[in-house]
Design a protein around this ligand. Structure first.
Ligand SMILES: CC(C)(COP(=O)(O)OP(=O)(O)OC[C@H]1O[C@@H](n2cnc3c(N)ncnc32)[C@H](O)[C@@H]1OP(=O)(O)O)[C@@H](O)C(=O)NCCC(=O)NCCS
Length: 141
């Protein structure tokens, strides 16, 4: 398995992931014009098997940026093989390097796979267990 960041040079993998996970044929190339939009895909040879994307926010106080992970998906046949964990590692690397203040993601408390994925990737659950939507945060150490 290989993880790559989607750029204009490898946009065919972006298109593949849009078809797989969004059921759409149109990749919005404008997404790649904005450096604060980030998307990584996991590949098995040349086949996309997973995707994560998110948005990097500038803060008005001029301090470090923040990352919002909007969506992560792994093809059913490839789940529970740490593909999701590897995708998170890549999108969170700038945080580890001290480039972001924090990163966050929202899921539903009934999504046990996502809850475990984020906890095992070192996130802290911020909202209570009985809330429908659960917020997880990774802090810059
Ligand atoms: C959530 C999702 C991305 C996880 O991807 P994945 O590649 O299967 O996750 P990983 O293999 O990296 O698993 C990470 C940890 O979560 C646990 N986990 C994964 N799926 C699980 C499940 N169905 N039930 C319980 N725990 C699960 C794993 O056991 C693993 O822990 P481990 O290191 O002790 O083995 C995947 O299930 C998916 O695509 N789901 C549908 C889309 C979705 O719900 N996305 C999240 C929206 S917020």
């Amino acid at each position: 398995m290989n993880i790559i960041k989607i750029t204009k040079e490898n946009i065919e993998y972006g298109r593949q992931s849009i078809e797989l996970f969004f059921n759409s044929k149109t990749f919005n190339q404008h997404f790649l014009d904005l450096p604060n939009n980030v998307m990584y895909v996991a590949l098995d040879e040349k086949k996309v098997i997973g995707m994560v994307y998110g948005y990097i926010f500038d803060r008005p106080d001029g301090s470090q940026k923040q990352l919002f992970i909007y969506s992560i998906d792994v093809l059913e046949a490839y789940r529970k093989q740490h593909v999701g964990t590897h995708l998170l590692k890549h999108i969170l690397k700038p945080l580890e390097e001290g480039q972001y203040r924090d990163a966050f993601v929202i899921t539903n408390h009934t999504n046990q796979a996502a809850m475990n994925l984020y906890l095992k990737a070192g996130a802290t659950q911020v909202t209570p267990h009985d809330d429908q939507d659960v917020l997880f945060v990774w802090k810059n150490q």
